[in-house]
Design a protein around this ligand. Structure first.
Ligand code: ATP
Length: 513
């Protein structure tokens, strides 16, 4: 089995074993691509959400929050284009009966060509060492050029066919490339069909008067339809932003990869309203600012890359993804889109109401342009969790599993451990907890030998273990052990709060932005 797959399996099982993520309704064998956040997962998720919220809302005078309802008037989704165009092209393999996204099958094929090109580049790099000029190699080496141009041609043809709704050509492309079902190996495919990703539901009791609704597939539209309410009641001046976190629902066709692609997930979105003509400046600003936010968590610069969209959605005039190096490769973590005035104009048109802003400096009314930043909370969780989960070989040859979460996000900040369950040590430990819990999430553990308790806290990502021993009775000191270095210091109980605070305070982390 590939190493990547091993790592990913390990992530999934660790998340379950240590109370981070469970399959939904597991007693009934689960529900595909739906997950529950367990006692530690809910804390980590909440901390990520708060880290985002503080960076967005608290630290920006011109950004305010919103919590719009999940259910919205159904015309919202006509106006936004979701009813007509929020589709994925699907294809079934007749032998395995497995369903795939046709575009993903083709993209995976194209990515393999890319990987082949990369292999050639890596080989040459190893051969030529310092003298290697990658730029020159990529533009002159016949093999690399062939792989790259083939990859481009495939992706371009697919994009063209999808845009023209030419699904027959999408199927033809799959046949021409001789793409086989990864499960059965067969090339026996059905036609390609469009499939709308919105979940439908009904409002109202009686069948004839019921209204067809959708569970929102994105949180953004709740912000757009409230744009003028917020602007007027908050006396906001363009440029300003509205931030929101909340659930979104998509009936994803291929929902594998754990919490990367879920049917019910949470988004953290901010729509920034700007003067027409100034959107590209703000788009660049938010691209840079969002990357800084990610980098402030310290998971490593090499884990992120931008993917600038060459082909833009009909409503956008610039778009990029921040991609993250997940255990299954670089994939979208966040989208930053310059959405023009498409959404507000569409809601004006469908509602018959004006959604305009009077700009006192220009002395004119206009529909603002919008720059959106949209990050999946669950994908953030996966990025942080998978990167932090590490197996370490220690100096004495033994090994440990440690979840090196950024301390600011760790579910529990400190575990208080009495060395033994007697001699008054548990009482002191409980007193320390009673004091620290006003400021931090802390836990108590007295079961097993202290070494095993340390290992358990390492696996949970707890940055500090505080051990109460017999010396504590005499001089009010305890040992504090640091998760990452495993270093232990003897400190006075009164110092604990400051020591923990300096490593976990959001302020100290956000200041790195
Ligand atoms: P993808 O191409 O991966 O399907 P998308 O381009 O459709 O994603 P957006 O509509 O831009 O995604 O949504 C914004 C963010 O919401 C994404 O960057 C991602 O982090 C998150 N997201 C989207 N779909 C899902 C999902 N099914 N499960 C978890 N997170 C998701």
């Amino acid at each position: 089995m590939a190493k990547q797959e091993d790592i990913f399996k390990n992530v999934v099982s660790h998340a379950k074993e240590y109370g981070f993520i469970f399959p939904s309704s597991e007693v009934y064998d689960g529900l595909s691509a739906v997950y529950d956040y367990a006692q530690n997962g809910v804390e980590l998720k909440k901390n990520i959400r708060e880290y985002w919220w503080k960076a967005m809302v608290q630290m920006n005078e011109n950004i305010v929050g919103l919590d719009a309802a999940i259910l919205m008037h159904p015309t919202t989704w006509k106006a936004s284009g979701h009813v007509d165009a929020f589709n994925d092209p699907l294809i079934d393999n007749k032998d395995s009966k497995r369903r795939y996204r046709a575009d993903v099958l083709i993209e995976d094929y194209a990515e393999k060509l890319n990987q082949k090109a990369q292999k050639e580049i890596d080989k040459a790099k190893a051969r030529f060492g310092e003298a290697f000029n990658e730029q020159e190699f990529v533009t002159t080496n016949a093999r690399v050029m062939e792989y790259k141009s083939k990859q481009r041609a495939i992706l371009e043809r697919m994009a063209r066919s999808l845009e023209n709704e030419d699904l027959a050509d999408v199927k033809l492309l799959i046949e021409e490339l001789e793409i086989a079902c990864p499960e059965s190996g067969s090339k026996n495919w059905t036609e390609v069909r469009q499939f709308n990703l919105m979940f439908g539901t009904k409002l109202g009791a009686s069948a004839d008067s019921a209204m067809d609704l959708y569970l929102r597939p994105e949180t953004a539209q709740g912000i757009f339809v409230n744009f003028l309410n917020v602007q007027k009641s908050g006396r906001m001046k363009v440029p300003f932003g509205i931030a929101q976190t909340g659930k979104a629902f998509r009936n994803e066709i291929v929902a594998r990869q754990f919490i990367f692609r879920m049917r019910e997930f949470e988004q953290m979105e901010m729509q920034f309203f700007v003067r027409p003509g100034e959107e590209i400046k703000w788009y660049e600003h938010w691209k840079e600012t969002r990357l800084k936010w990610h980098l402030s968590l310290g998971l490593g610069e090499n884990k992120y890359r931008f993917h600038d969209h060459e082909k833009l959605a009909h409503y956008a005039n610039a778009a990029a993804d921040i991609e993250f190096d997940f255990p299954f490769g670089f994939k979208e973590l966040e989208g930053i889109h310059s959405r023009t005035d498409f959404d507000l104009k569409a809601h004006e048109q469908y509602s018959g109401r004006k959604l305009q802003y009077f700009d006192p400096e220009l002395n004119e009314n206009y529909v603002p342009y919008v720059v959106e930043t949209s990050v999946g909370l669950d994908r953030m969780f996966l990025a942080v969790f998978a990167t932090s989960l590490q197996d370490e070989v220690l100096e004495d040859g033994s090994s440990r599993t440690v979840l090196k979460l950024p301390a600011v996000l760790a579910p529990t900040k400190a575990a208080i451990l009495p060395l033994v369950k007697k001699d008054g040590l548990p009482e002191i430990a409980h007193k320390i907890i009673a004091d620290l819990k006003w400021d931090f999430n802390v836990s108590y553990d007295e079961k097993d030998a202290v070494g095993r308790r340390y290992r358990r806290q390492d696996a949970l990502g707890t940055p500090f273990c505080i051990t109460v021993d017999h010396q504590t009775m005499e001089d009010q000191t305890v040992t504090i052990r640091h998760r990452d270095t495993m270093k232990q210091d003897r400190v006075n109980i009164t110092e604990l709060k400051n020591i923990i605070e300096s490593e976990v305070a959001m302020k100290n982390w956000l200041m790195k932005m």
